[in-house]
Design a protein around this ligand. Structure first.
Ligand SMILES: [Zn+2]
Ligand SMILES: [Zn+2]
Length: 137
């Protein structure tokens, strides 16, 4: 529980590894239709950190990117195993799918659900995260 917390993460095949040198705490769950198709599930849970706090250690050559045409939605993913990977949130920040973390993620807690107006009909949100119909903020 110090500012020296170093969270480490990797994809399913282990080809891509990275670390974050700031504490990772807040989880945002996006329920939008694009994230649902991308994961084949109810959406994706990510945390957002300053881009300069993220270091890739191995596998950057394995990273592929897809941007939805005429849209700002994009995903980075491992070209070997298909795991979603950290990607650009905005000019200063990177989003990280939180299940990539292997260590240093003990403080993660769901704080916000976004695009709940698009959530799967079968999904029940049962935690205390604040629900937003569209994007956060
Ligand atoms: Zn991989
Ligand atoms: Zn989404």
């Amino acid at each position: 529980m110090t500012d020296k917390t170093l969270a480490k993460g990797s994809c399913n095949c282990g080809g891509v590894t990275f670390s974050v040198n700031v504490p990772v705490t807040d989880v945002y769950v996006c329920h939008c239709s694009i994230c649902r198709k991308s994961t084949g599930s109810g959406g994706i849970a990510v945390t957002v950190v300053p881009t300069q706090s993220v270091s890739f250690h191995t596998g950057t050559e394995l990273i592929k990117q897809w941007q939805k045409p005429n849209h700002d939605w994009l995903t980075n993913f491992c070209s070997v195993c298909g795991s979603p990977l950290p990607g650009k949130n905005d000019d200063q920040r990177t989003f990280i799918p939180v299940s990539l973390f292997d260590s240093g993620y003990e403080q993660l807690e769901v704080k916000h659900h976004i695009f709940t107006d698009s959530k799967a009909s079968w999904e029940v949100i049962a935690d205390n995260g604040k629900q937003h119909q569209g994007a956060f903020g």
